[in-house]
Design a protein around this ligand. Structure first.
Ligand SMILES: Cc1cc2nc3c(=O)[nH]c(=O)nc-3n(C[C@H](O)[C@H](O)[C@H](O)COP(=O)(O)OP(=O)(O)OC[C@H]3O[C@@H](n4cnc5c(N)ncnc54)[C@H](O)[C@@H]3O)c2cc1C
Ligand code: FES
Length: 362
């Protein structure tokens, strides 16, 4: 798989979804079709200058793949710099840097036939599940999909019409349950917050876990954690529970240590970081006492090193540790198999040995 990189894409359409969210569609020119091939569930990073500051944020692709177009949905986060700008300022015809898709919140086609897949989403967490549900139901006629989608009220529901259309298209294979936390629905089980008690009752009655092959969770940290814990108590193997976090629930400033000015003074004990990016090898040293991330150090010599969230959630800064050792502060993005294969998040990795070698190209 080629390394993800930015290209400038034109906004083809901005479509309001709710009062606080928009769907943004980008036109992908023919020569870039290969770069923007993706699997449902993957995401792209956007890069824009907002109020004079470069911001990078990740957004999940919200539709099954079609050549020539990619779509994301952005929900305004109260006080959020990028989402406030994008939901109010972005217009058709604007150009913006979009990284090619990446991410492992996906399901290979061979694991969809005859399977029952369940998605649990909250708020903007619906975006990757729109792509997954649509893609799996269309691509695998023997699959079934159950989608539990929770919002505060009915007017907060993103893709309300598209979800209803999907249900009309696959009435027997799609089960759709809207849960509203601040509005009464006719079914008491679907009215109120999804807490442990409600989740257990849903699993006892609506979605018995032994009828399910794969679980996809996307929403706030607390909801995803609750679902993982309760599903494991119900005996669901970890390998069948996939999850995507948009944030860790922690305040987002400061965002990692990107841009932290680190200077190497003469005579100071340093670690050497060697890295390969686009076939080119580079070297940088970092003062051991600075506890700098591999990414921050690498950016000093190569501004094109990939990153987006700098918080250990998006996986954009992934590289393979070839030699040496690092300590990873957080990891919300890498799967256990990726860790076993030696992948690290360079935004979270701090050298533990005098020399560390990482490869961004594999
Ligand atoms: C893999 C991935 C996929 C994603 N997909 C989507 C998607 O499909 N749709 C979507 O809408 N979002 C998605 N996100 C989230 C998205 O990337 C952004 O994080 C989100 O839009 C908020 O960005 P922002 O710049 O508007 O907010 P930020 O400016 O980053 O702020 C985020 C929140 O923190 C608060 N905050 C800011 N500064 C501070 C501070 N100093 N102290 C306390 N609180 C503070 C803000 O008020 C706001 O509520 C995804 C994230 C990831 C990692
Ligand atoms: S930049 Fe997002 S995980 Fe490192």
């Amino acid at each position: 798989m080629a390394r993800a990189r930015f290209h400038s894409l034109a906004v083809a359409e901005v479509r309001p979804l709710t009062s606080a969210s928009v769907e943004v569609t980008f036109a992908v020119p023919e020569e870039l079709h290969g770069d923007y091939d993706y699997l449902p569930g993957q995401h792209v990073a956007l890069r824009a200058h907002v109020a004079g500051k470069e911001l990078r944020r990740s957004y999940s692709l919200c539709r099954p793949p079609v050549p020539g177009r990619i779509s994301i949905a952005i929900k305004r986060d109260l006080g959020g710099a990028f989402s406030t700008w994008a939901t109010s300022e972005l217009r058709a015809g604007d150009r913006i840097d979009v990284m090619s898709p990446q991410g492992t919140f996906t399901l290979p086609a061979e694991r969809t036939a005859g399977r029952h897949i369940v998605g649990i989403a909250a708020g903007s967490g619906i975006t990757p599940l729109m792509a997954l549900a649509g893609g799996i139901l269309a691509g695998s006629p023997s699959s079934r999909f159950t989608l539990v989608y929770t919002n505060r009220t009915a007017i907060d529901v993103m893709f309300l019409e598209e979800l209803a259309d999907l249900k009309d298209r696959y009435p027997a294979r799609l089960a759709l349950h809207h849960v509203l936390s601040r509005e009464q629905r006719s079914a008491p089980l679907l009215s109120g917050r999804i807490d442990e008690d409600r989740l257990r009752r849903m699993l006892d009655t609506l979605i018995p876990p032994d009828s399910v092959d794969e679980w996809f969770l996307c929403g706030p940290f607390e909801l995803v954690q609750l679902c993982r814990d309760v599903l494991e108590e119900f005996g669901v193997e970890r390998s069948r529970i996939h999850f995507e976090l948009f944030t860790t629930g922690e305040p987002t400033e400061p965002r990692g240590d990107i841009g932290r000015p680190v200077v190497v003074h003469k005579g100071e004990r340093t670690a050497q970081i060697d890295f390969t990016l686009d076939g080119l090898s580079s070297t940088v040293t970092t003062p051991v006492d600075a506890n700098e991330s591999v990414l921050n150090a690498a950016l000093r010599v190569r501004p094109d090193v990939p990153f987006a969230c700098t918080g250990g959630v998006c996986g954009t800064c992934r590289a393979r540790l070839v030699s040496g050792d690092v300590r990873m502060t957080e990891n919300y993005a890498l799967e256990p198999e990726e860790l076993e294969r030696g992948y690290v998040l360079t935004c979270q990795s701090h050298p533990l040995t005098d020399r560390v070698v990482v490869d961004y190209d594999v």
